[in-house]
Design a protein around this ligand. Structure first.
Ligand code: TRP
Ligand code: ZN
Length: 896
């Protein structure tokens, strides 16, 4: 049974903290086993009188408490497992707390912890309270002065936020470093790192000519793998100057790589701590996708310096204020980097590749979240454990909500709105309302009679709206009438609140255009404007638009660039989709049409008994794929996306009830069918996209060639033909980069007999066993293989390199198996295994355990026998869950 309880926190219960704490001084006597922290600050009452200073603290030992210089005994304050309460009478009270914590015992990786013998902190959202008692909430902002003391050989480097003020040697082999961060900040942005690291650095000038020092720290011996990270950091700095006019405000900006890390990275002021997977790169060990991911995460954390740190969140309900905006900024940065140096037509299709990848993530992770018991608005109304709300909704849907504002305002006005936001709120802890108020001030000024009032509902309402499309063409009047209906049913916890007001229509920006039957864009008239493309603002439950001068029955290209995070209900014929897949001038729309054909074929295949490929939708896919394979005007990166089949997880979000085993079988059938029918074309593409012998480069064009070549390899290998597998073996033997070796290894492991694949796995392991990030890959390939069942997975867990304690390792094996091995997980023993691992992880790392628990939180959408088996597994989990994190997930999952 659970041992921790978390009451529900409600957004409307927020109250300002009763004290100001403008300055805080921390002295940490660092030691992996027992660290002593001295915390000193002056607490100033906001209103005269008697007030209790409430300071959070967890897993700490109190050594002493002094108030105004006097030692207080336990009778004068109250202390429980969560909180230290100090009753105060003076307006200003000097507080001194001496406390201790045990970093080496900290397997949750929140607060101060040990990774590879070095010390790291992770404070967001509520980790600072595991370092000392404090007002651990984002609206309490203080200037930090940090003194680090530790053994000089154990911790030659001792880092914290801001500027290094002084260092000195102490007797008995210790040393001391004093850091000062000039910017007031909430406790969640505090950081300390201590140990021995390699460092790569560069001095650059900011836009206004200030010299700043950029540094990337990594474990000893990894210093040769940080070049890409440092370059990415510099590109991020330049891009934020150029696109947003935002400059680095510090003299020194540090990134440190940690092996053990719960998420991707953390934007601590001036001292970002990163999962080493998002820092370390070299051609031999890093895939193309990882190069892009590293650049994206470095950008993300860097952009937080303005959107998150300079302006922060008032409370955790506002999390999307910083995360949605920062994800949006990262998406734009990544897209601009892909388009760098291209002409405008090429740039548009290069950026579409990034949009496609982001929309795939949104659909797989966020749309499914919206269907499950954890569905929440981007600004939630309540939570039990805030760590559970670092979700796809907050991040990815949050970014979509910002993107829609960008679409509605246009780049110039959006930038004006951002400027206004910083003018109003620089240095403050604010709310999502404050953000949209700033945007609305520009929008309503420049669009008389309009405002963002209806749009704001995106912040309040959960769920993926459905938009139903109805078309009507009248040849006599040459008019085309488009009718759209939006539907926003209650989802998740919204359904429990039966007396809530019905949900209201949202403002949904819809980018669309019309094509003629030859696929050419039509220039038509709407409300006096003659254009090829329109932005419709759907803000009623039902609305119609009538286009004039439409000479023939048009084809609708809807929701271009995925201009809103909605699910379309649009009955389109196979012919219409084929036409769009051939001709839509919008790259995203073209991809979407081809994917829609594939979705229709896969859903049809999965519901037919014999999995017969003799159906019209499969034939349409074959035709379109055949044409695309011969189209040499499209970039290889784009082709690699448009020719990929939707994942089982994406398809699941379209099914009710969900039959993942049928979907996986259907997907395999179609993959093999396309591989067989189009073998010659795949073979040609495979050869055409081989890069001439040259050193590896992660640039987008080369990566595109590799992506398409490896997709061709995958289609061919799926047929399990001798020649295709020989191709994979040759590629493995000759590869000079990880993208190609891993693609080949994957093809072999998925489709060859174990007698063939095992020697390759053994060779791969022997070669890379000393590189943890590559060993993660080795586990992942096997975890996802259709040939790996639960028994094989358990054997892999016995491997000496496996440990649940390292989140990357747990993710590479356990999470990959549970989330991406559709053929093996959806069996009774699969679910048993999953529940067992949730419990095992819960004892070590509740945050990670809760994420694993969420893998099946939408159990009620599964068909039988999965539904019942999952329900049983959840009931067992309910008995055994320990942490508040897992308890919340299970409670919500069972309460639907
Ligand atoms: N704020 C971080 C980001 O999005 C992520 C983060 C939140 C995090 N909580 C964390 C990272 C806990 C590690 C551990 O960039
Ligand atoms: Zn972030």
């Amino acid at each position: 049974m659970r041992t921790e309880i978390s009451p529900t926190i409600n957004r409307h219960d927020w109250k300002a903290f009763a004290f100001h704490i403008p300055d805080i001084s921390l002295t940490l006597e660092l030691d992996n086993d027992l660290t002593t922290v001295t915390t000193q600050f002056t607490a100033t009452m906001l209103h005269e009188g008697q007030h209790v200073l409430e300071l959070q603290g967890e897993e700490l030992t109190l050594v002493s408490l002094k108030v105004n210089g006097q030692l207080w005994d336990a009778s004068r304050y109250s202390l429980d497992a969560q909180m230290l309460r100090i009753p105060l009478e003076t307006t200003d009270s000097q507080i001194e707390i001496i406390s201790q914590c045990s970093p080496a015992q900290n397997s949750a990786l929140m607060g101060l912890y040990v990774s590879n013998q070095q010390l790291f902190t992770q404070c967001e959202p509520e980790g600072f309270r595991r370092i000392t008692w404090f007002a651990d909430r984002p609206d309490v902002m203080s200037r930090y002065r940090v003194t680090l003391i530790g053994d000089a050989t154990r911790y030659p480097l001792m880092l914290s936020n801001g500027n290094l003020i002084a260092t000195k040697q102490l007797p008995d082999g210790r040393q001391q470093a004093i850091w000062e961060d000039p910017f007031p900040k909430p406790s969640y942005l505090f950081a300390v790192v201590a140990g021995n690291f390699d460092c790569r650095e560069k001095r650059v000038n900011t836009l206004s000519g200030r010299e700043v020092l950029l540094q990337v720290y990594s474990d000893l011996g990894d210093g040769d793998k940080t070049e890409w990270a440092l370059e990415s950091l510099e590109r991020s700095l330049r891009w934020d100057e150029q696109r947003f006019g935002l400059e680095l405000d510090l003299d020194r900006y540090m990134i440190v790589a940690a092996r053990d890390f719960n998420m991707g990275a953390m934007e601590n002021k001036g001292l970002n701590v990163f999962n080493s997977a998002y820092v370390l790169a070299d051609p031999q060990t890093t895939t193309d996708a990882s190069y892009r991911d590293i650049e994206a995460v470095i950008g993300h954390e860097y952009f937080h310096n303005w959107t998150g740190n300079r302006v922060t969140c008032r409370d955790w309900f506002q999390l999307s204020l910083k995360e949605g905006l920062t994800v949006f900024r990262e998406q734009e940065f990544s897209a601009d980097m892909l388009a760098d140096g291209l002409d405008s037509a090429e740039a548009a299709s290069a950026k579409a590749v990034k949009r496609i990848d982001d929309v795939c993530t949104l659909r797989v992770a966020q749309f499914s979240e919206d269907r499950g018991p954890m569905a929440h608005p981007i600004r939630p109304e309540s939570y039990e454990e805030i760590s559970n709300f670092y979700t796809a909704t907050i991040y990815e849907k949050g970014a979509e909500v910002i993107r829609m504002q960008h679409t509605l305002l246009g780049e110039a006005d959006f930038q004006a709105g951002i400027k206004e936001y910083f003018r109003r709120h620089d240095g403050q802890a604010v709310t999502c309302d404050d953000f949209i108020d700033a945007m609305d001030s520009v929008y309503s000024r420049n669009n008389p009679g309009k405002n963002l009032n209806t749009f704001r509902r995106w912040y309040q309402q959960a769920g993926t709206p459905t938009v139903t499309v109805q078309e009507q063409y009248d040849a006599a009047t040459r008019q085309y009438r488009l009718t759209l209906r939006q539907h926003n049913p209650a989802v998740g916890i919204e359904r429990l609140n039966t007396n809530a007001a019905p949900k209201q229509p949202l403002l949904i920006p819809i980018k669309m255009g019309l094509l003629n039957q030859q696929g050419q864009p039509l220039r038509v008239e709407l409300n006096g404007e003659h254009q090829h493309e329109f932005l419709l603002e759907l803000d009623q439950a039902e609305q119609s638009w009538t286009f004039n001068h439409v000479d023939s029955q048009p084809v609708l290209s809807m929701l271009r660039d995925f201009s809103a995070p909605v699910q379309l209900h649009h009955e389109q014929s196979l012919d219409t989709l084929q036409l769009l897949a051939r001709f839509d001038s919008n790259s995203f729309g073209r991809w979407e049409a081809a994917q829609q054909l594939a979705r229709m074929a896969l859903l049809a295949l999965s519901s037919s008994e014999q999995h017969s490929v003799d159906i019209a939708s499969v034939q349409a896919v074959v035709q379109v794929w055949e044409e695309l394979l011969q189209d040499h005007s499209l970039s290889p990166a784009y082709l690699a996306r448009i020719l990929s089949l939707p994942s089982v997880r994406e398809l699941q979000t379209l099914q009710d009830p969900m039959r993942p085993l049928d979907l996986a079988a259907a997907r395999h059938t179609l993959q093999v069918h396309l591989g067989t029918r189009l073998a010659t074309l795949w073979q040609q593409r495979y050869e055409q996209h081989q890069l001439p012998a040259q050193p590896y480069s992660p640039d987008a064009l080369s990566a595109g060639h590799r992506a398409l070549k490896n997709l061709a390899l995958h289609y061919l290998a799926a047929t399990a033909s001798y020649s295709a597998l020989a191709l994979a073996e040759t590629q493995y033997d000759n590869a000079n980069n990880m993208t190609d070796s891993l693609a080949a290894l994957q093809a072999i492991v998925y489709y060859a007999k174990p007698a063939v694949s095992q020697p390759y796995l053994d060779r791969f392991y022997a070669q890379w066993q000393h590189n943890p990030l590559v060993v993660d890959r080795w586990f992942s390939v096997q975890a996802c293989s259709p040939q790996t069942d639960v028994a094989a997975l358990r054997t892999l867990m016995q491997h000496p390199a496996f440990t649940l304690r390292n989140p990357n390792r747990a993710r590479s094996l356990i999470f990959q198996f549970c989330m991406n091995n559709s053929t093996s997980i959806h069996r009774p023993e699969g679910y048993e295994f999953w529940a067992e691992q949730v419990i095992a992880l819960d004892a070590l790392n509740p945050e990670i355990a809760a994420r694993l628990a969420r893998a099946f939180d939408n159990w009620a959408h599964y068909a039988e026998p999965q539904r019942h088996a999952l329900h049983t597994a959840f009931l067992r989990l309910q008995e055994q869950a320990q942490s508040a994190n897992v308890t919340e997930i299970i409670g919500k999952a069972l309460n639907i």
